[in-house]
Design a protein around this ligand. Structure first.
Ligand SMILES: [Zn+2]
Length: 341
């Protein structure tokens, strides 16, 4: 990590009450941005004593439900409903958002693999560094809203990184239950240490992430699950006053992603014809879909089967596939006790 505190500047005054809409100014000098800065939109809504909660979307640029939710929240949430402070960034990796891409076109940076970042590093590293050392460092809770992106669609889920110790995990599970998505995916503590979730574990900040739907568009049903769930979570965190909405509330099912061996891979190059949607319950041997080898009319279509019992958590979106591409990923239901064993 560099010695510079941060090169990102802002006119936002984090301690000022009321609503402020502004920018983080990311310095990057290339052919396109010789003397300019890249303006990452940020809102701060503060009112009196209470916790600071960081809300982010656009960590990956092509995941849209969270960007829509937070853009609206930043403009419309009445500051009088806030107890403490909300810091809202609907397009955290703004260069990736502008490019409609998962990663930044400036440096190929995947922000969710860039933590703890580097103030003197590439644009993506500088954003990660600011998020960890400035934004998360002053937060008592965080919500990072993801979706499946252009390539995949997820069953609407809260996504928990199960690191940071038992006490932090209990607080994250309580937050997930308040959110009330149909599924809560519990990912192993050993998953990537360069993610924002891992940064939160290092800082002891309970972080609730999501995978709302995806496919490079906005799923209206997933958006409503996200909107109601986020409001309930903010009431649960104690940063928002008033009634928690009762709609779109699920008694969330805890699931664990099954390993790579339970993912269905394409048996050949061709066009994928899926037979199931996310949320489907399937058995070992259930037909998952067909891959049609379009370049060879004399070759029959190949069937792909599920190799395990499970719930379809992720489905591939683009029809054109190469041999080995993932078509589906499964999860299995788990007991809360198994997370603390
Ligand atoms: Zn993502």
């Amino acid at each position: 990590m560099g010695l510079t505190p941060t090169r990102i500047t802002t006119d936002i005054e984090y301690d000022r009450p009321g609503r402020q809409l502004g920018y983080l100014r990311l310095i990057h000098s290339d052919n396109r941005h010789a003397f300019s800065t890249i303006p990452i939109p940020i809102a701060v809504i503060a009112n009196g004593a209470g916790p600071t909660i960081l809300l982010t979307a656009g960590n990956h640029g092509d995941e849209y439900e969270g960007q829509a939710l937070l853009h609206r929240l930043a403009r419309t949430l009445d500051p009088k409903r806030v107890r403490g402070r909300l810091i809202v960034l609907p397009a955290l990796n703004y260069p990736a958002v502008l490019a409609a891409a998962r990663v930044s076109p400036l440096d190929d940076g995947n922000l969710n693999r860039a933590f703890p970042g580097d103030a003197d590093g590439s644009p993506t590293a500088a954003i990660a560094h600011y998020a960890e050392t400035v934004l998360l460092a002053m937060s008592q809770g965080a919500v990072d809203i993801h979706s499946g992106g252009s390539a995949t669609v997820y069953a609407p889920s809260v996504y928990l990184h199960c690191g940071g110790g038992a006490d932090l995990l209990r607080r994250k599970l309580a937050g997930a239950r308040a959110f009330g998505a149909p599924y809560t995916v519990c990912a192993k503590a050993t998953s990537d240490s360069r993610s924002m979730s891992a940064a939160c574990d290092r800082l002891g900040v309970p972080m609730i992430s999501t995978e709302l739907a995806g496919g490079g568009t906005i799923d209206p049903a997933a958006l409503e699950i996200g909107r109601a769930g986020l409001t309930r979570l903010l009431v649960h965190f104690g940063v928002m006053d008033g009634e928690a909405p009762a709609g779109h509330m699920h008694s969330t099912r805890l699931v664990s992603p099954l390993g790579a061996q339970s993912s269905v891979m394409s048996p050949t190059d061709g066009i994928f014809e899926p037979l199931h949607e996310v949320g489907a319950e399937v058995r070992k041997g259930t037909l998952a879909g067909y891959v049609h080898p379009l370049g060879e009319l004399d070759r029959p279509s190949l069937a792909a089967e599920f190799a395990h019992d499970g719930i379809v958590l992720v489905k591939r979106v683009p029809a054109l596939v190469r041999r080995g591409d993932y078509l589906y990923r499964l999860a299995c239901e788990i007991d809360e006790k198994s997370l603390f064993a």
